[in-house]
Ligand binder design. Structure first.
Ligand SMILES: [Fe+2]
Ligand SMILES: [Fe+2]
Length: 248
């Protein structure tokens, strides 16, 4: 039987039309691939809808980490959570920057690193003005940032951090303006909120650049799914902390 297949293989390879046919099959395969690839704009739109559907199904505390009515202690706890998100965010983005091959996108990520570092600075400053301390990040927060660090393909990181998480961050920033005391709210208005809108736009640009193959689209989709779970776990962990502190 093995000999039969060897003879068949040799016959095919020496047949004058063998390579011609092979090329034709390859062309058909590529054409099929291009026809079935979701256009990138549509892919981004679908991923946005999937993200939104996921977060809308979550309980309130899975998507937010500040109480609707703030007092002094609740403000410090909310800002501590925020501080570590900004601080760890700047660190993982600094590592990510060198995994971005496109020079323009790489420089945009560079700007984002500076933004997050600035946010960390102002949030820490406010915590100290309120006589609080930054403390330590939550365990789930460390897991969340380790997950981002583990995304080696640019499309994975752009899908997870800028496209998924930053979109949620914009919603929390709007809550910040309503829930915090005027001085804290002013810090968000003056130094933070506008930058986060840029980070979301960067997520769109990163996906548009990298998600041009089926493989890249699938990696981006899986990364968004993974980070959503970690994000919810992180927010709920903060909720349980507030519960233990008697702040709810
Ligand atoms: Fe930030
Ligand atoms: Fe951000």
């Amino acid at each position: 039987m093995a000999r039969y297949f060897t003879v068949l293989k040799i016959t095919l390879r020496t047949h004058p039309n063998f390579w011609k046919k092979k090329l034709k099959y390859l062309q058909i395969y590529c054409y099929y691939g291009a026809m079935t690839l979701t256009p990138v704009k549509k892919f981004i739109e679908q991923l946005g809808i999937e993200n939104e559907g996921f977060f809308q199904k979550q309980p309130r505390w899975a998507t937010s980490y500040w109480a609707s009515k703030m007092d002094h202690k609740k403000t410090i706890f909310a800002l501590r959570m925020r501080y570590w998100n900004e601080y760890r965010g700047a660190e993982v983005l600094a590592r990510f920057m060198f995994r971005v091959s496109d020079p323009t996108l790489r420089m945009f990520v560079g700007r984002q690193i500076g933004d997050e570092a600035k946010h960390a600075f102002y949030v820490k400053k406010r915590i100290e003005e309120l006589d609080g301390e930054v403390g330590r990040p939550l365990e789930e927060q460390e897991v969340f940032y380790d997950t981002l660090d583990g995304f080696l393909y640019p499309e994975e990181f752009f899908a997870a951090q800028q496209f998924t998480v930053e979109t949620q961050s914009i919603k929390r920033n709007e809550q910040a303006l309503m829930n915090f005391d005027p001085t804290t709210a002013e810090i968000f208005r003056k130094y933070i909120n506008n930058d986060e809108a840029f980070h979301v736009r960067l997520g769109h640009a990163g996906l548009a650049f990298y998600c041009i193959t089926k493989g890249a689209q699938e990696r981006a989709r899986q990364a968004a799914r993974k980070i959503r779970e970690k994000h919810v776990a992180m927010s709920l962990s903060h909720y349980h902390l507030l519960e233990r502190e008697g702040l709810l």
